[in-house]
Ligand binder design. Structure first.
Ligand code: NDP
Length: 311
């Protein structure tokens, strides 16, 4: 174990929320240290072109966008490092975070921007076609399916929202629902059922995503009555929920039933003073790069305000 290092502001997570927090915190002279975590660049790097981030008519490559954010933060002096938080002690002052099990950081403020991960079914064929028609973000990738046929897995509000979004672009949308009811709210369910080009395949589970080696061409489904059948599709969208990367912090902070960190009102303040949360780890709803970036800005401003008030 090396000697502890001290910082005014420690940022955990290298996605849009973390980097935006680092841009604002470094410009406010907080000399932030940012650890990128296991997926440098965050969830966005699992997609290719980002077409809905403002300022990029024609779209921007997801990795380029994240490299730009990283470089922008570094240009203002943010200390950006590789590493993952493996332990925290938010009962101490200063707050204590251990990185990669051997480096202790003592921080006056911590901004948690560790994101969330879309859940997948766990089929090898699904992994094989990720980026070749398998996606967990209709808002990101739906545009590529104009006039084509797609399937959405799930029966919650997200699945309905994604199916509705896709139905305005695609020729036909299947919803693959494992029970005979939708978990979604009545209003969302009614909208989906009223949409002509959405067909719900009830009581169905996906056995395999079918493809030609490069792209998705279909899915093999198993109905509860034992029937196995194939559908022809060009895109396979997962909407079976997200898991926030909050496990390490949950013993210290208030989280909701799904594990999202609870923040106070419109601020990024958590239930522990000096600890702030930004981006998807505290947002089950919007989950966009631009909303994550905006909440990273808020977290840095809140941290700055907290330090000003304390001194
Ligand atoms: P939910 O957990 O609400 O729904 C997940 C859906 O995926 C369920 O239908 C579930 O089926 C299904 N599912 C889970 N695992 C599997 C699996 N292995 N195979 C097949 N199907 C599976 O997640 P959401 O992301 O939809 O929503 C999260 C929260 O965000 C909710 O509280 C929701 O209300 C909210 N939200 C609200 C919106 C709005 O109000 N406009 C928009 C989006 C989200 P089953 O029902 O059988 O468990």
């Amino acid at each position: 174990m090396t000697m502890a290092e001290r910082t005014k502001c420690l940022i955990l997570g290298g996605g849009p929320a973390g980097f935006t927090a680092a841009i604002y915190a470094s410009r406010a002279n907080l000399s932030p240290i940012l650890y990128e975590g296991i997926q440098p660049g965050g969830q966005l790097t699992t997609t290719t072109i980002v077409e809905n981030f403002p300022g990029f008519p024609g779209g921007v490559d997801a990795n380029t966008l994240m490299d730009n954010m990283r470089n922008q933060a570094a240009s203002f002096g943010a200390d950006i490092r590789q590493g993952t938080a493996t332990a925290v002690d938010f009962g101490k002052r200063p707050l204590e975070v251990t990185i990669d099990a051997d480096h202790v950081i003592e921080a006056d403020t911590v901004i948690i921007a560790t994101g969330a991960e879309a859940r997948y079914l766990g089929l090898p064929s699904e992994t094989k076609y990720r980026g070749g028609g398998v996606s967990a973000c209709a808002t990101c990738d739906g545009f590529f399916y104009r006039g084509r046929t797609v399937a959405v897995v799930g029966g919650g509000d997200t699945a309905c929202e994604e199916a509705l979004y896709l139905s305005s672009l695609a020729k036909k949308v299947y919803m693959i629902v494992r029970r005979d009811v939708l978990r979604a709210s009545k209003a969302m369910a009614a909208k989906v059922m009223g949409r002509e080009n959405i067909e719900i395949l009830w009581n169905c589970n996906t056995q395999e995503v079918l493809g030609d080696g490069f792209s998705v061409t279909g899915a093999r489904l198993l109905r509860k009555d034992g029937t196995v059948f194939d559908i022809e599709i060009d895109g396979f969208f997962l909407a079976i929920g997200h898991s926030p990367a909050s496990g390490l912090f949950a013993p210290w902070l208030d989280t909701d039933a799904a594990g999202y960190i609870v923040t106070e009102g419109k601020t990024s303040r958590t239930s522990v003073e000096g600890v702030f949360a930004a981006g998807d780890v505290q947002d089950p709803h919007y989950r966009q790069a631009v909303t994550a970036a905006a909440s990273g800005c808020r977290a840095a401003r809140d941290a700055e305000q907290y330090l000003l008030e304390r001194n």
